[in-house]
Design a protein around this ligand. Structure first.
Ligand code: UGA
Length: 444
């Protein structure tokens, strides 16, 4: 067989990273998007999204090796490519369930093109979709619009992604496992050969199982975080440092210390949305996942822990309060569901004068949060503040010491991510309170 040609529908975060990485493996890759600006950027080797090393990779595969290009021609992509990855968004509905309309509309279009195609094509669902979506909705749609049959004329695969923003290229190249949900053997063999250079287990499952594996992975990790956050809140009443708890518990290999860091809660475009979607599905089937309900409600209030501590000590009305870190985690510019925004909203309600600094949010405005004054550097943001809350653990903040907070009006620092070294604050006028560390609460 000739070398597989890869098509990617949707050049968002998952699509573009996957496309660039497949091209890097030597596959000719075509990416489809409706946004002309994005297409031009990609074709000039520039990433429209911020992701570590993606610009360099696009430069290599687009400009130097000419293995990848972007287009708005769906027809060309479907005709030219053997394997077509659907990497479209599945936004939340008001009740927490997910909206499949982007994917369904796309599959109608692809189906109509398939009608005239002679070659066998494999369509791969990479978007995160709830169990049942592919078997009950996507398959029928393709068959209806193409008038073709699964297995005879086209293949369908569910292949969820496990890419973390900020380390997505590394995650793509070094996966813990590859999940392949399949129904027909021909497309199973084709997708297996696409991944043949990977040295990790490949798990073959049903469509529903592949979809469920993705939700269980994200929901389990989110639950682990909510669990440790609740333990951290309780532990503040005792002489406990959460780092010791996580080390002591995490060394049990059954538990592991990963995704066990307490702080101000999880955010981003995946955990909140996916936990909500699985919870919503469970209610729909009269099988309510009450544990996930708790995961979500703990996470809703965890960012406000910083404000509870703050308002126990000072009245924040009309006071300058500074947030360090806006993105939902370091090394990304993504602020979706970021704890920083929940904190800013509450501070605004309390009448604070809110300043912020984020290494990647310099000179940007946040829609609906115009009351957050974003400084160009942390020094300006901190100056004359009554309190500073560290919300995102950017490297730039890790080495801050008491001298960096010298020009505050009232020297109160809340470390919401447990990154500052308390020793660097000993014998200083700065009061450092670390979330999940009772010792610092008792100082002063
Ligand atoms: C997450 C998953 O980790 C990926 O495997 C998955 O593919 C992706 O969602 C997705 O579904 O597309 P991501 O949203 O990029 O990736 O972010 P994570 O690195 O998982 O972090 C999520 C949140 O949990 C962040 O707000 C982070 O600060 C928080 N977190 C993480 C903690 O509070 N404590 C921890 O110990 C770890």
């Amino acid at each position: 067989m000739d070398k597989i040609k890869v098509g990617i529908i949707g050049t968002g975060y998952v699509g573009l990273v996957s496309g660039a990485c497949f091209a890097n493996l030597g596959y000719e890759t075509i990416c489809l998007d409706v946004n002309e600006n994005k297409i031009n950027m990609i074709n000039n080797g520039i990433s429209p999204i911020y992701e570590h090393n993606l610009d360099e990779l696009l430069n290599k595969v687009v400009l130097k090796e000419k293995l990848l290009y972007a287009t708005n021609s769906r027809k060309k992509l479907v005709i030219d490519c053997d394997v077509i990855f659907i990497c479209l968004p599945t936004p939340s509905n008001a009740n927490g369930s997910i909206d499949l309309s982007f994917i369904l509309n796309e599959l109608k279009e692809i189906g109509s093109i398939l009608k005239t195609c002679k070659n066998y094509k494999t369509i791969v669902i990479k978007s995160t979709v709830i169990p049942g979506s592919t078997m009950n909705n996507f398959l029928n749609t393709i068959e209806k619009f193409s008038s073709k049959r699964l297995g005879d004329d086209f293949g369908l695969i569910v292949n969820p992604e496990f890419l973390m923003e900020g380390s997505a290229l590394n995650n793509f190249n070094n996966p813990d496992r590859i999940i392949i949900g399949y129904h027909d053997h021909r497309s199973k063999d084709i997708i297996t050969s696409l991944y043949n250079s990977f040295n990790c287990p490949i798990i073959y499952v049903t469509f529903d199982e592949a979809e469920m594996i993705k939700y269980v992975s994200n929901s389990f990790l989110a639950t682990k975080i909510s669990f440790i956050n609740e333990i951290a809140n309780l532990s503040e009443n005792f002489n406990i440092n959460m780092d010791h708890i996580v080390e002591g518990v995490g060394l049990d290999q059954r538990i592991s210390p990963n995704f066990f860091r307490s702080g101000l809660g999880f955010g981003g475009s995946c955990f909140p949305k996916d936990v909500n979607a699985l919870y919503s599905l469970s209610k729909q089937y009269d099988s309510e996942l009450t544990m996930l309900k708790a995961t979500l409600s703990i996470n809703d209030i965890q960012p406000l822990r910083a404000i509870d501590i703050l308002t126990d000590i000072i009245d924040v009305t009309d006071k300058k309060v500074t947030i360090l870190g806006l993105s939902f985690k370091p090394n990304t510019d993504d602020i979706r569901e970021a704890p920083s925004l929940k904190i800013a909203k509450e501070l605004h309600r309390l009448g604070s004068d809110i300043y912020a600094y984020d290494p990647i949010y310099v000179n940007k405005k946040i829609n609906n949060y115009d009351y957050i004054k974003i400084s160009n550097n942390y020094q300006d943001a901190i100056k004359n503040s009554y309190a500073v809350i560290i919300v995102t653990e950017w490297d730039e903040f890790k080495s801050l010491n008491s001298d960096d907070f010298e020009f505050m009006t009232h020297k109160l620092v809340i470390d919401g991510r447990r990154i500052l070294d308390p020793k660097l604050f000993d014998n200083s006028l700065v009061r450092l309170i670390t979330i999940g560390n009772s010792k610092n609460h008792q100082l002063n």
